[in-house]
Design a protein around this ligand. Structure first.
Ligand code: FRU
Length: 498
């Protein structure tokens, strides 16, 4: 049975979506059907297609009354909207259906596990927000909430665990057919942790252990955990709130943290290393799924909470997903590459080899706002290495966004100061990268409103949204000193192009 609240949302989105043309959206990144989008939810493969749900407020381009939006794709790049999947329409989720995940049950149904938010008035005055984990079952389009929700509540919290910040269940199947689930939590000081629960059938859950504890190291509350095996390691990804910067590794505000480790003798998670997932401005709350061919694919919300209030009231949509990225581990680091399916969207190849230049240069055929471009750099003079290199894109007389590299410092910087924003929000971020004698590889993916820069085959990634009008489509290169480079550039197709 579909509730009136969900029926209203479905009716609204179907009509309101018509005001948004393909040119107003990114070409191949998922944006909300209408209104507001945040975290990816329920990223999964079901009945032969990728399903991606998202935190969704159809009614405005601002965060409010969380629903789950829904889209499907066979290649992770061409997305087809399905009707909204969940609405806040039961007691245990009346104040929002927050983030969660999906799994296929042995009987063929898809099960969603999500955080139901319920605000409760206290007898002594004021109110208290409860976050509890709930279930819904469906066929890939329509979902019915479980009558006995919630299935994980405050009674299963370990001592000191907050019942107000207890959210974002990520479910996974275990080898014996039972399920595990990681959930974000914090203590009275808002110090983050990840809790692990186990269930034989998905319905009844038991607290197993605190899988990881922040201990004051990385921000405060840890949101949106994901836990999986990758190349023989155990990987725990979380999105901490309120981070303090640490060198060039972590920046202020909401961040993304990857803990790489292994399983100890007692089944505990033993941390070995930590790193940021993305070093740019706009990337948060990523979630992964396992593709049928064994690839671990991650998608994140391509936004930054601190920049959101800047979004104007009249936008028909706000929020985008990142490119889906293939994950691997190399030399103890998390490596991310755009999914290989993106290569099928390339057209109009332009190739330059061994171009040596100084100062500013443009290349015939190199421009555009839906672009896949690889730039391989080396010094033009090995005795006298250049001081700075930059690619400027989304450029015209007034605007530009850039990625620059200073070989002596090993620093890559994304800068969108001149990308049309009128607000004093963060416009630059830097990352320390690996370079030998001024060599570096950049792969730059542009899609109308965003740039994702993969450094050295995915060792570091910097993601940023851009606000510049689409007429700013120039690309130019800058060198302080002598640079030699190879450039391979493709245009990328729009989702409605064949
Ligand atoms: C992360 C987050 C989640 C929560 C959701 C609410 O961006 O704060 O922790 O479930 O957004 O929309």
């Amino acid at each position: 049975m579909i509730s009136q609240v969900l029926r209203d949302a479905r009716k609204y989105e179907e009509t309101a979506q018509k005001a948004i043309t393909q040119e107003m959206r990114p070409g191949f990144h998922l944006s909300p059907r209408v209104g507001w989008m945040n975290d990816p939810n329920g990223f999964s493969v079901y009945k032969g297609e990728y399903h991606l749900f998202y935190q969704y407020n159809p009614y405005s381009s601002h965060w409010d009354t969380m629903h789950w939006g829904h889209a499907v794709s066979s290649d992770l790049l061409h997305w087809r909207y399905l009707p909204a999947a969940l609405a806040p329409d039961t007691t245990s989720d009346r104040d929002g259906c927050f983030s969660g995940s999906a799994v296929t049950l042995p009987d063929g149904r898809q099960m969603l596990i999500y955080t139901g938010v319920e605000k409760i008035s206290l007898p002594e005055g004021g109110d208290c927000v409860l976050q509890r984990q709930c279930l819904a079952f469906g066929d890939g389009t329509d979902y019915e909430k479980y009558g006995k929700n919630p299935v994980i509540d405050e009674n299963s919290l370990p001592e000191g665990g907050s019942k107000n910040d207890f959210r974002d269940p990520k479910i996974f199947e275990r080898a014996d057919g039972s399920y595990g689930c990681v959930v974000g939590n914090c203590d009275g000081e808002r110090d983050g942790s990840v809790l692990l629960f186990g269930s034989p059938d998905g319905y009844t859950w038991k607290f197993e252990r605190v899988l990881a504890k922040n201990g004051g190291r990385f921000g405060k509350m840890w949101e949106c955990p994901d836990f999986f095996e990758l190349d023989g390691k155990q990987v725990l990804i979380v999105s901490p709130q309120e981070m303090l910067p640490q060198g060039f590794e972590y920046h202020n505000g909401n961040g993304t943290l990857c803990l790489i480790g292994h399983c100890g003798a007692d089944g505990e998670f033993v941390e070995e290393r930590n790193q940021s997932v993305d070093y740019g401005i706009d990337f948060y709350a990523p979630q992964t799924t396992l593709a049928p061919d064994g690839r671990r694919i991650m998608i994140g919300w391509m936004q930054n909470w601190d920049t959101c209030p800047v979004n104007g009231p009249n936008q028909p949509w706000f929020g985008q997903m990142s490119l889906p990225r293939e994950l691997s581990i190399k030399d103890g680091r998390l490596i991310q590459k755009p999914v290989r399916e993106l290569e099928d969207m390339r057209k109009n190849e332009v190739r330059y080899e061994n171009i040596t230049f100084t100062d500013v240069m443009k290349l015939e055929g190199v421009k555009g706002r839906k672009v896949d471009m690889e730039v391989t750099l080396r010094p033009g003079d090995t005795e006298n290495i250049y001081h700075k290199f930059a690619v400027r894109f989304a450029q015209n007389e007034n605007y530009q966004t850039s990625i620059s590299f200073r070989p002596y410092e090993g620093i890559v910087k994304v800068d969108r100061k001149f990308s049309g924003t009128r607000r004093a929000v963060i416009h630059q971020r830097r990352s320390l990268v690996r370079t030998e004698g001024g060599r570096l590889k950049l792969r730059i993916i542009l899609d109308r409103f965003s740039a994702e820069i993969f450094v050295n085959d995915g060792e570091h990634v910097l993601t940023a949204t851009m606000y510049t009008g689409q007429e700013a489509d120039g690309i130019s290169f800058f060198a302080d000193g002598k640079v030699t480079m190879d450039v391979v550039k493709y245009d990328l197709m729009d989702a409605d192009e064949k």
